[in-house]
Design a protein around this ligand. Structure first.
Ligand code: ZN
Length: 418
């Protein structure tokens, strides 16, 4: 099962690839793809739609009175290629990049980077990925930065992060020509692109006793993957006529930059699809009132070298179960009712859980949870897999936690609403 998680992460260098890979898995599981642009006569059964870097999949039947929803996000912090990226000097060809989300900038230095994304041509959208080490952001030698280990590494996003990708004079259009040749179209057919860098190192199992997963994009592809497994399970039950309430998986894009986007958690993506599933606005509101949502996203494991950064009554361990996240200021959406719903699912699955609180004197991060709760009015619980190195180009989680998360989410989506 863990091999499937590693393959998922390796297959998904961008949010668009998460949507494509997830769509393939849903189709293989018998889910029917629908289109937002069509009129829907009937949305019962196992179905899904995609919107850019977002996706909603559902298992619905006419006896259902509410939804069991799993939300997650497809995007991860990274370096994104500028629209006019060709630049350079001193004999180097470089690409201009823009920092996307809360990147740990140092983690992108001295890594072999590929480029992936989507291209829009007159024939439509095409995904692409260049699995070659074509880019590198070289760190300054210590002999030219003698204070770096004492004063800390200061990186200016405009000045210090442009990858090198060749030697010679940069020419306007170089990158566009390169992408066109990779996907097999003429340069003028590349009307526009969304391109981003990614670390080529594959996801691996590590640790002396295989306790860890070392991989890029653990935040939040572990949750996307776990939610997908739970929904495929719900789909099987629905096909056999054994699903209690309707199950939904909603993968949002752009969480890392505040969720205000066409497929972000503040968007119409989830509420509009839920309305179309039940068929009318009048049917929607009672269903929302009888629903519960898990907002699935990474949680901070206690860092052994910085234990003082953590709330001493809420230490979180790797491979000790899913983490319920609480924040009185609603940076996490969890309240007592939502927490109880997830605890009940863990009990059904026979899995222990942990509860996280950020230190009261530090600003807490957030998730799609508060936005999904606000746009739908659905009781929501923020839960995730414990991890280290959040927002690094390469992160760490446990090998048992993702499996336990799948089991708890399976129990959650198949549990009857109160
Ligand atoms: Zn996240």
């Amino acid at each position: 099962m863990l091999d499937d998680l590693l393959a998922f992460i390796d297959a998904c260098p961008t949010p668009f690839h998460v949507v494509e890979h997830t769509s393939q898995a849903l189709r293989a599981g018998g889910f029917c793809e629908m289109n937002e642009a069509d009129a829907w006569d009937d949305a019962t059964g196992n179905c899904f739609i995609s919107r850019g870097g977002g996706l909603v999949a559902w298992c619905h039947h006419t006896q259902s009175t509410g939804f069991r929803i799993i939300g997650a996000h497809t995007d991860s912090p990274n370096l994104r290629v500028a629209p006019q990226p060709d630049k350079g000097g001193f004999g180097y060809q470089q690409l201009g990049v823009e920092v996307y989300g809360g990147v740990l900038l140092n983690s992108w230095l001295d890594r072999d980077l590929g480029v992936a994304g989507r291209v829009v041509t007159p024939q439509g959208q095409r995904l692409f990925r260049i699995d070659e080490p074509i880019l590198r952001v070289p760190q300054l030698a210590i002999h030219l930065d003698r204070e770096v280990n004492q004063a800390g590494l200061l990186l200016n996003p405009q000045a210090h992060l442009s990858p090198i990708w060749g030697l010679g004079m940069p020419t306007s259009g170089d990158f566009r020509d390169f992408v066109a040749s990779v996907i097999g179209v003429l340069p003028h057919e590349v009307l526009a692109f969304d391109a981003m860098c990614y670390d080529l190192t594959p996801a691996v199992i590590g640790g002396a006793h295989q306790e860890f997963v070392f991989a890029a994009r653990i935040d939040n592809q572990v949750s996307c993957w776990a939610g997908l497994q739970a929904l495929l399970h719900a789909g099987d039950l629905n096909a056999a006529g054994n699903l209690a309430d309707s199950a939904v998986l909603c993968l949002f894009d752009h969480e890392e930059v505040g969720s205000v986007a066409t497929a972000g958690a503040t968007s119409t993506l989830l509420p509009h699809v839920l309305e179309r599933i039940v068929g009318s606005r009048e049917a929607l509101h009672p269903a929302l009132a009888r629903s519960v949502c898990v907002s699935a996203d990474g949680a901070h494991a206690t860092h052994p070298n910085y234990s003082e950064r953590h709330e001493p009554n809420h230490h979180i361990g790797i491979n000790q179960g899913p983490v319920i996240k609480r924040n009185a200021n609603q940076r996490y959406a969890t309240d007592a009712v939502g927490e109880a719903a997830f605890v009940a699912a863990c009990e059904v699955a026979g899995i222990s859980h942990q509860v996280y609180m950020h230190r009261a004197d530090m600003a807490c991060g957030s998730t799609i949870g508060p936005f999904a709760a606000a746009t739908t009015g659905i009781t929501t619980v923020d839960v995730g897999v414990a991890q280290l190195s959040m927002h690094s180009a390469r992160e760490i989680c446990g090998t048992q936690d993702p499996i336990d998360f799948v089991q708890s989410l399976k129990a959650f989506v198949t549990h009857t609403n109160p």
